[in-house]
Design a protein around this ligand. Sequence first.
Ligand SMILES: O=C(O)CCC(=O)C(=O)O
Ligand SMILES: [Fe+2]
Length: 490
Amino acid sequence: MSGELDDSFARLVQRFGDRLADETVLDTLLECGGDEGRARAQLAAMASALRPTAGSHGSTTARKRVSGMLDGFVKRRRGAEASSPPGRPGPTPEPAAEAAPASCADPGPLAPGQRNALAEIMAAAPSQSAAGSPDRPRLMLLKPATVAAHVPCEFIAGVLPDDLAAALLRDMLAEALSWKPLPVVMFDKLLGSPHNTHTYVDRSRVGTQQFRYGVTSPDASDWLPSIRAAEAIVTAVVNERYGRRRLDPLEIRGQWRPDMIVANSYFGPSEHFGAHNDKLTYIGPRPVIASLTLGASRTFRIRRLALPPDLPAPTEAASDAVSGSEAPQAPLASASTVPAEAAAAISAPPDGDAQARTFDILLPHNSLLIMFPPMQERYKHELPPVGSSLTRPTGTLVPHPISGETRINLTFRMTRPEVVAAIPKCSCGAPCEMRVVIKQRETLGRYFWQCRGDKAGGKSDGQPAERDTSGGRPAGDLRCGFFQWASFGQ
Ligand SMILES: O=C(O)CCC(=O)C(=O)O
Ligand SMILES: [Fe+2]
């Protein structure tokens, strides 16, 4: 977000923050194309609808809750007015083009320090983490510097030349018509993910290797020329950033070079991708994943997981005992499976705060979010639906002139041949998938091989629901129970 937009946002929060949720203020400002005057007029109209009447002394929290409902109502109304039919890409009119002119007086200069405080929006009340301790409030990360300060990611706006980004978006919109939901196995049933996906590979590098991210997903496609052109730029940007970071022993040495892309499409506000961390089967431990957004802007949500409570901090001498359902048949393994330095890096977040916390980043067209280690080991990420849930925070959508409400996402990944070569077969006879321990402190960050849930003797290529990557085996789980620690030659 530019400095100007930041200042506008801070001024609007100062003016309306006691009556409207910060998300509502941000949404309105973005949907007014950053025009503070128009946003102020719209927000004033919303706020006056919420003005407490004589004798009503509703708390700020209660008023903000009502504001959230109003926000949902506004979004639903906008959705109903949108010209593109749901589920299909197509141009959507510029939002709020006919908004009323500004009618409120300028609130005046900001108090010292206020701008920074407001730029890091406290967007939600603290909630309870699974471990029972209150979470830190959700933070909206608005600038590249604050993204890097809080999560192991780097955000780059406008990464591709405009014409290449537009050409790639058009190509992907055409391709996306044949993408399919990610098949997920949940409670013994085959379900489709609430968005579509497809895999693209650089066959000149990965040969005939099969990459399946779902039970029945179609074979991967070859890279298109526009993908190849984008890949060259993404690769250069990632390596430039990666070269500045301190690597732990499990990370790749040398250049990062992607050879596989998992593409995702979201046709409209209700399509989403639930909280998960990415499968490591092909990309190995401590992967780098570069995520390119094309088309509509959407909120990307990152959840820093709480460290398991009441257990000693990880040391090389820590017990290898495994409890609970995450690793049901875990043998006692050598503590050297993950070197101490690597284990320590996992539990040290960039902002020095180990408590659970949720971060939101609005990802616009032609932006790159590089997920560095230990993003897949200590965090989950999701693309939340855009809507009006009263029970959980939803995300934002800003339409794009080419794609309307459709967002395309390309995640560039680098396969690790030595990991792929080591994929064991489970008792079903099918290739295992690799996952990482994220719930148990003694074994935190250790990788293990597990059955994918394929009882068809290797004919299909199943994987449990992404949402299940936190550990627990759902009732009716199709996995055979095979378990083996993964070792990377340390
Ligand atoms: O659409 C996004 O930004 C998220 C995609 C993602 O998490 C994935 O492909 O694993
Ligand atoms: Fe992901």
